[in-house]
Design a binder for this molecule. Sequence first.
Ligand code: ADP
Ligand code: MG
Ligand code: MG
Length: 896
Amino acid sequence: MTKWVYGFGGGSADGDASMKNLLGGKGANLAEMSSLGLPVPPGFTITTEVCTYYYGHGEAYPADLQAQVAEALAKVEGVVGKTFGSVENPLLVSVRSGARASMPGMMDTVLNLGLNDETVEGLAKLSGDRRFAYDSYRRFITMYSNVVLGLGHDHFEEVLDEHKERLGVSVDTELTAENWEKIVADYKALVERELGKPFPQDPHAQLWGAVGAVFESWMNDRAKFYRRMHDIPESWGTAVNVQSMVFGNMGETSATGVAFTRNPSTGENKLYGEFLINAQGEDVVAGIRTPQSLTKAGREEMGETALSMEEAMPVVFGQFVEVVGRLESHYRDMQDIEFTVEQGRLWMLQTRNGKRTAKSALKIAVDLAAEGVISKEEGISRVEPAALDQLLHPTLDPKAERKIITTGLPASPGAATGKIVFDADEAERAAQNGDAVILVRDETSPEDIHGMHAARGIVTARGGMTSHAAVVARGMGRPCVSGAGDIRIDDKAGTFTVRGRVFKAGEIITIDGGKGEVLEGAVAMIEPELTGDFQTLMGWADEVRRLKVRANAETPLDAKTARGFGAEGIGLCRTEHMFFDDTRIAAVREMILADNEAGRRAALAKIAPFQKSDFVELFTIMSGLPVTVRLLDPPLHEFIPHTEAEMDALAASQGLDAEKLKHRAKDLQETNPMLGHRGCRLGVAYPEIYEMQVRAVLEAALEVKKTLGVAPIPEIMHPLVALGLEMKYLRELTDNTAKAVFEEAGDSVDYLVGTMVELPRAALRAGDLAEHAEFFSFGTNDLTQTTFGISRDDSGRFLQVYMDKGIFENDPFVRLDQNGVGDLIRIAEERGHATKPGMKMGICGEHGGDPSSIAFCEEVGLDYVSCSPYRVPIARLAAAQAALVAKSGIAREKDR
Ligand code: ADP
Ligand code: MG
Ligand code: MG
């Protein structure tokens, strides 16, 4: 018999923290906290396997689920001393989702389930608090209707607002028992009117309705989007937690709150969080009332007057501090905690490894290692490589003038400039058109996630430091200012107003998420300084990684940036980029138009000095580090204009023969340029071009050797080779040119000759190629194109469809297809090394900066990865993590 249901509470549990796959993160940690003896309201978890079963069996449950739930529910009733559905002594429960990896706000929770017209009276009598009972009931009706019955919150808010207006009341806490009773009656009438059915009164029907809704929510659009963004497989499924209710809304000695054991923005080792007295569940994060700080220090820092929990509830606060301290040492990581105080009694409702900014992740990892809580290796595994991106980008120049529009809370650090948009869909559209936008909203909800992702930054008028906007923005690494209370948004007009000043959609603003400022216009930015914790952790990473990290760079600026970020050489210098410069393109065109070799050589002689000086600069910057130079790769027609008018203009300005130009352009036209006359096929047809390039590389190397006293390490790379004989021809061309150059100079440098492996045939016949090549660089962009037969430039039209239909799990141009393309790389590695043991191999496609692809390179045993300069630190960390997995099995947890 399969165990579908795991109980927890009352000092013990069926499961524990290691069972996240089965119980989901929330369920596993509730079980763990129960076993630790912490005060957890008892409940049970329906496993993720039920979710998998549900979707595998036409949305049906396993046959014995009902009996197991009944048994678990009876146990809870025993511990709590209440009965589900009883009128005199009703047990109420929450129904909570909980996937393996935390998906905050993705799935909806229903609180106070079990209430109906009769049990609400029982609850009123039992608690001696009618107001509380009806407050709970109205919350339940709203949540249940929304989550299970699909009736939007706004319907209920409208009714509530009408009542408040009529009563002249502005905050919910001012409403009396009688008020709530009337509101409940109106709510029920609303449900019946809108849905044609009365609100369900049977607690068991309510329970199964809510359980079904949790499973259903696994497949809603926002959950799908979040999974795609965070790489969470659909097959994981969610668990459902059913837990006895505790009430933070039972008056002034009750409260609910959220806490982080360390600051999630900065990583500072200080308890951090917010709470609300006489409130329930989501009130703190929903931004309906402004939450208060947990600690006195926090309150003073924020300049708040409302008492902190430390001051208002010193005794419970003391217990709380002890519990969260225990949780952090137990989990050995910063915890994100939910709790409730019911009439002076503390209850723990959730703990998980807290989401954090990159800055905070670095500090916490380095601090925990320094505190001896974790090892350096674990420290390395705690930081998500891709998150470093947040730190590698510019911040506002402290010297730049700031015209402050308004200030809010510093919800997520970083700076961003963009056009104002008010709508998530609009943000996504604008971003697709290449516009930088700032999403400005009253508050955000899970429906806005795609827009938040598309935006450069987020501003909300309402909500605190733990509001949806703040939490999600920090997780995504988007700068965010929340609770900018002066902002009045007029959606219809497409404007927001701050103290009489109007800002329109499309206007440029800048935000400083670290300070909580919203600023006029674009503000100057500066490059980040990578010192402190960043440097410490990268130092640790460099100690453990085996893979070398190089950069793809051709301009001096890129090369300098790459070195600054710790690149150990250049893995791909694309020489054609050097041809496009205004000063050279004329000579390049002259070469293309030449009728014969002599004409081409004459033009090439004009380009040669430019090429040489480019390489001198690069070799100087990369002093003593290897530089892989790829010889000319694109088809020649890319260098001449395409339209008749452009060609006429060019001919006129350059004194060229317009007819000849057009004729040549026609000659060069190809049906399928990606598979046409390009790569080494140019070098074979026009050897003088490659000769000039090889000469420029080696002459530059000789010159730098003289001036610097350190010999550069040029690696001359021939693109798009498919045949052993091609490689042989190119090898001889290169060596003969080198010989001539060295003889003329009376000096020499060491150099390597190799090829880019970017055609399936090259991978399959790597043994032939290796006879003439000294290194391979896997050009995985083209290798992916040629393996799939998909042109990257044309894939946009159908790739999304493939991903939506689950045929492609990822874009193979972003994440290496480790099966197909990966097989070719494995074969090439094997066959290449069989011919030439120890020959150097690396990867230089976009994939060189993608952490999971880097892990693949580690497995295959390549020597280096090469990526864009800004991804070099990410690659260094990813390479270290890959080495750790290989060496000691220390892996990074998905839900950090
Ligand atoms: P999420 O994953 O969105 O945080 P949760 O299931 O954790 O959803 O719950 C939403 C809110 O309801 C949280 O504030 C949580 O603390 C509160 N809550 C959940 N279950 C209970 C319960 N049994 N008693 C009191 N509050 C609860
Ligand atoms: Mg929660
Ligand atoms: Mg290529």
